[in-house]
Design a protein around this ligand. Structure first.
Ligand SMILES: [Zn+2]
Ligand SMILES: [Zn+2]
Ligand SMILES: [Zn+2]
Length: 337
């Protein structure tokens, strides 16, 4: 009897023990499965089939998300638990045949973005891209150059393509002038609307756009591969302030990554949106409303402010944009050009 109780207790203990082990094992398996699923998602996204590919390396406005000093709901949880998918606006380009990569913008997230670009370019023998194209001298678009300097990786002569005012800004201000002096970067001048042949299958052309030009001019880029092309305008004042018609420019390309900093006036406490120098998503959607579906589908909204509900793939505003036939740029999307 006494022994029986001990045996029963022993069996009970063993059962509890095995169940505990099993539970822990299952938890680990499920956790790993989630990780693998995430890695798979990323990997599936980061596969390119064509010779020349464009990859979305970031979609957030200059200051990122969470945004310094933000006390609103949009960033409340993100200081503690950052969302890895929220990186500052950037595009990458790979040319398999010619074994080259290019980066558009040098953002504060440059270390991770250079790595992602190389994931798509296993042929690369070096960590740095074969060239970096800058749009303008606002913090989200060029300050990542600091990671190429002496305190960081001491890169060797990375070509940085810039317009004249941007070039002189880098040459005449620290710490950027030191990057040039130490030959971490080599500034390559480009001119407005002059097409640059980067490789036998890749061309890039800058187009100036109106924006707050305190330190440099601002440009967008047309990037052309052997089959397709993309327009990239991360920052611009209202479409109407441009001497070009955005609708004509969209017609000339296959994809258009466009400034969508704010969705609507709610984000700026219902201030007069006509006074804020960005095309609001609701203004852009109204402007493009009568375009045929194939033109609308070319548009990928990007450069999203921390307050922008389009950062959340499940928000009501995201649904509205997609239902209207437009797209929202998402990290690691790949487009063959
Ligand atoms: Zn910006
Ligand atoms: Zn916020
Ligand atoms: Zn800007």
């Amino acid at each position: 009897m006494h022994e029986g109780v001990i045996i029963t207790k022993h069996i009970r203990k063993s059962i509890v023990y095995y169940f505990s082990v099993l539970t822990i094992f299952l938890i680990i398996v499920i956790a790993c499965a989630e990780d693998i699923q995430n890695i798979d998602e990323v990997d599936n996204n980061i596969k390119s089939t064509g010779n020349v590919s464009l990859i979305v390396l970031g979609t957030v406005q200059d200051a990122g998300s969470p945004h310094a000093g933000c006390t609103k709901d949009c960033c409340a949880d993100l200081f503690e638990s950052p969302d890895k998918k929220r990186m500052v606006v950037s595009l990458g380009l790979t040319d398999k045949k010619n074994r080259k990569t290019y980066l558009f913008e040098a953002t504060p997230d440059l270390p991770r973005q250079m790595k992602s670009l190389n994931t798509l370019a296993p042929f690369m023998q070096q960590e740095t891209p074969n060239g970096i194209f800058l749009t303008h001298a606002h913090i989200g678009h060029y300050t990542g150059l600091m990671y190429l300097g002496k305190e960081s990786m001491s890169a060797k002569s990375v070509p940085v393509y810039t317009m004249p005012k941007m070039k002189s800004f880098l040459e005449n201000n620290g710490p950027w002038d030191q990057l040039i002096a130490l030959k971490n970067i080599e500034v390559q001048p480009i001119d407005n609307e002059v097409e640059l042949m980067l490789t036998s299958s890749l061309k890039v052309k800058s187009i100036t756009v109106p924006h707050r030009d305190e330190y440099s001019e601002t440009v967008g880029y047309v990037i052309s591969g052997p089959n397709k092309s993309a327009l990239f305008i991360p920052d611009i004042d209202k479409w109407e302030k441009w001497d070009k018609d955005i609708i004509d420019e969209i017609a000339k390309v296959n994809y258009a990554f466009l400034d969508a900093t704010f969705f609507d006036g709610e984000e700026i406490n219902n201030r007069d949106i006509s006074q804020i120098p960005h095309p609001f998503v609701i203004e852009s959607m109204a402007k493009f409303e009568s375009l045929p579906a194939d033109q609308k589908a070319k548009i990928y909204f990007t450069h999203l402010n921390h307050t922008n509900p389009l950062l959340n793939p499940n928000s009501e505003k995201t649904k509205i944009v997609l239902e209207n036939g437009f797209n929202i740029a998402r990290l690691n999307q790949v487009f063959d050009l």
